[in-house]
Design a protein around this ligand. Structure first.
Ligand SMILES: [Zn+2]
Length: 68
């Protein structure tokens, strides 16, 4: 996989988020529930999308928890 790293990359986007209870374990910032989208790209052309939910920190962007 390492030799393909310059051809295949992943782009993570937050589609929308809303405040949630809880704080970030890393920086103490506020957490939010976010609809995430991960696009896997081959030579910068997206060919696979995955939608998922996660609790993320609004301050440092850390992923605190993910949902299957
Ligand atoms: Zn944080």
């Amino acid at each position: 996989m390492v030799c393909f790293c310059f051809l295949v990359d992943q782009e993570r986007q937050v589609r929308r988020s809303k405040p949630a209870a809880g704080i970030c374990s890393r920086c103490g910032g506020g957490a939010s529930v976010a609809d995430m989208k991960t696009a896997t790209r081959f030579c910068h052309v997206p060919f696979y999308w995955k939608y998922w939910k996660a609790i993320i920190c609004t301050f440092c962007g850390a992923t605190l928890r993910t949902y299957p």
